[in-house]
Design a binder for this molecule. Sequence first.
Ligand SMILES: NC(=O)c1ccc[n+]([C@@H]2O[C@H](COP(=O)([O-])OP(=O)(O)OC[C@H]3O[C@@H](n4cnc5c(N)ncnc54)[C@H](O)[C@@H]3O)[C@@H](O)[C@H]2O)c1
Length: 382
Amino acid sequence: MKVLVLGGDGYLGWPTAMKLSKAGHQVMAVDNYLRRRLCREESVEPLWEVPELRARARIWRELSGREVEVRIGDLTDWNFVANIFQSFKPDALVHYAEQPAAPYSMLNRAAASLTLNNNLNVTLNMIYAVRQFAPSCHIVKLGTMGEYGTPNIDIEEGWIEIEHKGRKDRFLFPRQAGSLYHTTKIMDTDLLWLYVRTWGLRVTDLMQGPVYGLETDETQGNEELYPFLNYDEIFGTVLNRFVVQAVAGYPLTVYGAGGQTRGFLNIKDTLNCIQLSLETPAAQGELRVFNQFTETFNVNELAERVVKVGRQLGMDVVVKSVANPRKEVERHYYNPAHTGLLSLGLKPNFLTDEVLARLMQIVLRYRNRIDPQKFLQNVKWT
Ligand SMILES: NC(=O)c1ccc[n+]([C@@H]2O[C@H](COP(=O)([O-])OP(=O)(O)OC[C@H]3O[C@@H](n4cnc5c(N)ncnc54)[C@H](O)[C@@H]3O)[C@@H](O)[C@H]2O)c1
């Protein structure tokens, strides 16, 4: 297949490009380095410098003999998007190209506006380009489990049947986000659903939980092919952040009571889910939704796991509860369904002590680059 990876420079985008290229697909990766720019502007650069996209594509070509085409440009720019679709004519695309950090979206008005405009306009341009230039292209879109929030009922896989006053209908499962970023993801889903109904697009919307890890089958120990690792409070996801804090001898910063529960997955499983979704596509005119995670943990449980493995590696790891900068429920019911991807054949890579130890050992090599000032950024929701 010809697969476009939108956001191909990102934490998930580059590993996905390598994975699909190795699987024999023809891949084009597109990015405008927005993520790199925002990290620079907020002084929260990742733990190591990552080569730019063209350099990574060159390293990958030398290692694998396979080509990943690269285009640098802004996907909110219609002419750029139209040009890409006309020349590449994708059979499928993976849409990662958004501002993905909840804390960034809550920073101030300008950051909120950037997040809203960027995320919705990329999605809208992509929808129009598919309709105009590649109507049977399968859109695989990254959503987030955060779209559902933490309701006091079981979370279904995308859809729910409601019986009301003796009549029944099927609806998107109710959504209730905890940040502006998550709200843009809900709006994306609404846009996609509108155009699936109206224009018969074929879409898989993946409600993904927080991802951890660095190594994938394609990196083969080549550190230049690792994705970037943010460990700050704005762009770093929780487990990656705890690992770097542990290595730095900095307390693991648990927000509030630490009972916040989420569905997590290894970066290897993100790639497997994407590949399974692409190779078993949604039907034309279908919005297919999968909940993309493999196991649930609350924040205290994650911290305990990092303490245990860190101590086994001789580190002095402690946990500290800090005032929660977010507005969120700190103890709650959480029971989301996640059978769709398993039934497509996903074989989960669970968070074992070995997996955690391996991640810590990689971070240890960069220990002298950790800047503890970056851990707490004081981004408050209220
Ligand atoms: N990483 C996670 O834990 C996680 C969890 C759930 C959902 N997601 C979703 O997965 C997707 C990828 O996440 P990630 O962690 O790889 O984020 P990321 O920021 O590393 O990757 C997104 C990439 O898209 C690019 N981009 C953004 N706007 C663009 C534009 N207008 N034009 C061109 N390129 C643009 C960025 O420069 C960046 O390289 C996001 O949509 C995110 O919301 C991620």
